[in-house]
Design a protein around this ligand. Structure first.
Ligand SMILES: [Ca+2]
Ligand SMILES: [Ca+2]
Ligand SMILES: [Ca+2]
Length: 226
């Protein structure tokens, strides 16, 4: 074997070594891009904005997941106020960031989860909720503002309390809100004034006849004694 053949063999050996190193490095890269058995998918961020929305505006959903490689699909599963559910694919924006937007018409409380599929495995996020309301100031759309419900200890996320009469004065909580009275206190003078205000025409007619009768009585009394 001549020196030239020996030199060629050394080059081949060196080339093989380089190829082997390259294969090992690439294998390692592929290995690191697969979600491992004990590696957990992390939902870094899940958001809906705003969380109280009216029926005419867009709701924006966003999520960031990591690791983001090998993701097969990302869906949002929505539970509607009528307790049915519906699932939509989320739109890929950039690394790990997905989004979705929609306008809802049905008033009430909505819940949602993000479902991520990776290599036939399904990962589900925690539950989040938001409201579609008639007004952003009235979350449960019962006709009473949130701040008023909180002030008197009612539930701004339950429309049922609007029809209750907590202080048993004959006026519902919603009526007391509209009249700007205290729904926790039964005040007979306040109630009498409300009834009087409601029937002010009868009040003035009655008052007129009272004055007329008083005057006639006084006139008759004077005539008898004159
Ligand atoms: Ca309310
Ligand atoms: Ca309420
Ligand atoms: Ca009441």
């Amino acid at each position: 074997m001549g020196p030239r053949v020996k030199r060629c063999s050394s080059y081949y050996l060196l080339l093989n070594c380089l190829l082997l190193v390259l294969i090992l490095v690439s294998c390692d890269t592929v290995k690191s891009n697969v979600l491992q058995e004990n590696e957990q998918l992390i939902f870094d961020y899940i958001d809906v904005s705003p969380d109280i929305q009216t029926t005419t505006q867009l709701c924006f959903f966003r999520c960031v997941i990591s690791p983001s490689y090998d993701v097969t699909s990302v869906h949002i599963k929505l539970y509607l106020p009528n307790e049915s559910s519906i699932q939509y694919p989320m739109q890929y924006f950039n690394e790990g960031f997905y989004r979705y937007s929609i306008i809802y018409q049905e008033i009430g409380n909505y819940n949602f989860q993000i479902i991520v599929k990776i290599n036939n495995h399904s990962y589900t996020s925690i539950n989040r909720s938001f409201w579609i309301s008639k007004s952003k100031d009235d979350k449960d759309s019962d006709g009473i503002y949130d701040w008023w419900e909180k002030k008197y200890g009612f539930n701004p996320e339950n429309a049922y309390d609007a029809g209750n009469d907590f202080d048993n004065d004959g006026y519902t909580n919603k009526e007391e809100f509209l009249m700007n009275t205290n729904p926790l206190r039964n005040n007979i003078f306040e109630n009498a004034w409300i009834e009087l205000s409601k029937n002010y025409i009868y009040f003035f007619i009655s008052f007129f006849f009272l004055i007329l009768l008083s005057w006639m009585s006084l006139f008759g009394f004077r005539k008898v004694h004159s």
